[in-house]
Ligand binder design. Structure first.
Ligand code: RUB
Length: 308
């Protein structure tokens, strides 16, 4: 297997690559490199090699359906291709990789464009963790001349909120940085909450960085709209067939480097925000009700429903 696949899986595990989109992009590029460097002589062994890489990458962070959907789509195109020739199969992987990345980019642009319209002059927006889709939305709104402020949480335990805060400062957006547990104290001054997503279930529940659901409850109490900004391909088809989205459990050391022995530390990376706390999902197809996710996926990406 290409070294690039192993290295990418490790980088994803260690959070050197973070955020659902970046994780999917890194995995797609690793598969592309594998196809470029393959020594397989027969189609069957080439497909086996791709599938072995798919399994390793998918296991690197288990709550990442965008990565799984992307790898599934690219590998299926090679598998279903009529050719047996390795060089042609490699070209199939390369062209589908390019296509997938281009589609992902235009989905984010469209999502950000739609979402930017939800920001009004003078708004204070609260966000959690680091979502490249949310920060792109902020960049678009700023470029459109909107005047708004951002509050971002530090996002324990790995402080991904700092990435958001730096990006906001670089964009020249007035930003306030708070600890996660201060979200309720600041909610009265917030106009709208925007967060990203790692996974969307068939009921329209959203899985995102740990603490997201607490913010949703606090927003609900304060009657502030809570929106999820996400590409549709974060939908997990396995949830349609009864599976629960697996929540990644991370190492205790991320929470407390040298905690007392015999102390039980738990470190789930994500939590589930139920659909009734979500005003809408802002995606490439518009602002949709979370409960309509299956219908929208059916219309836009029917192939996703055919695999699990
Ligand atoms: C990142 C996180 C982000 C989503 C969406 O968690 O929860 O909100 O992944 O990001 P982590 P994007 O840092 O643990 O990966 O919009 O960039 O896909």
């Amino acid at each position: 297997m290409a070294e690039r696949v192993r290295v990418t899986a490790e980088q994803i595990k260690r959070l050197e690559v973070q955020g659902a989109r970046s994780i999917a992009i890194a995995a797609i590029k690793a598969i592309e490199t594998l196809a470029e460097q393959t020594k397989a002589k027969k189609k069957a062994s080439f497909i086996d090699e791709l599938k072995e890489a798919q399994a390793l990458l998918s296991a690197s962070r288990e709550t990442e359906p965008l990565m799984r959907n992307a790898l599934h789509w690219i590998i299926t195109q090679a598998q279903e291709s009529k050719t047996e020739k390795i060089d042609e199969l490699c070209k199939t992987v390369a062209s589908n990789t390019r296509q997938f990345l281009a589609d992902l980019e235009s989905s984010r642009e469209r999502t950000a464009e739609i979402g930017a319209k939800r920001i009004l002059d003078g708004d204070v927006i609260l966000t959690h963790c680091h979502s490249s889709t949310v920060t792109r939305l902020f960049a678009k709104a700023k470029k459109a001349g909107k005047n708004f402020k951002v509050i971002c949480t530090e996002t324990r335990p790995a402080f991904q909120g700092r990435i958001t805060a730096k990006e906001m400062v670089d964009l020249g957006i007035e930003t306030t940085f708070i600890v996660d547990s201060a979200a309720r104290s600041f909610m009265a001054n917030v106009n709208i909450v925007l967060v990203g997503a790692d996974a969307i279930s068939s009921e329209g529940n959203v899985i995102n960085k740990i603490g997201t659901s607490t913010i949703a409850v606090v927003a609900n109490e304060a009657q502030k709209p809570f929106y999820v900004v996400s590409e549709l391909l974060k939908f997990d088809p396995e949830t349609l067939f009864g599976e629960h989205e697996k929540i990644e459990q991370r190492k205790a050391e991320e929470v407390w480097m040298e905690g007392p022995k015999n102390l039980r530390i738990q470190n789930p990376a994500f939590d589930v925000t139920p659909n009734n706390y979500i005003h809408g999902i802002i995606c490439e197809e518009g602002v949709i009700a979370p409960q309509s996710i299956i219908e929208v996926i059916h219309r836009r990406y029917p192939w996703v429903l055919k695999h699990s």
